[in-house]
Design a protein. Sequence first.
Length: 161
Amino acid sequence: MPKVGFKFSPESIERMKTSHLGQIAWNKGKKVCRHSRRFYKRTRNGAPFCIKCKRRNSARYRAANIEQINFRNTLGRYRLTEERFEMLWDSQKGCCAICLRPLSKQRIPGRYVNFRIDHDPVTGVRGILCHSCNTGIGLLKHSQANFERAIQYVRAPLLCI
């Protein structure tokens, strides 16, 4: 079933539109940068900014806050708020919902975080799983019949002689 519309709710879109109001621009009170005037653009409210400086500052911000950015992107993909995620995390006591392996919110260097948000396109988010359990559910095609056959096989495997 394809996704319809945006991944943001109308309330969050309104919040994003107005969240910058009242904030001081990052370049307010600073001297004009050394770049040519051709790199300058204007914001909606008419304040000038240098494209090269903005890109450099954005790259610095992303490098310093990559964990938070990735976490929020993951939550946004499944339309989860941080409060709802924390509620799920606490209800599962920080463990995988299937194998009960302890999970960590911290990213392992060179790898992804070790939890996955399990979701169903129809019902939404079901819980938080480890990578192995989430992969297993996907390989069994989310089918209860496949799960039951797998359980029967594990209990009494068929012998092919």
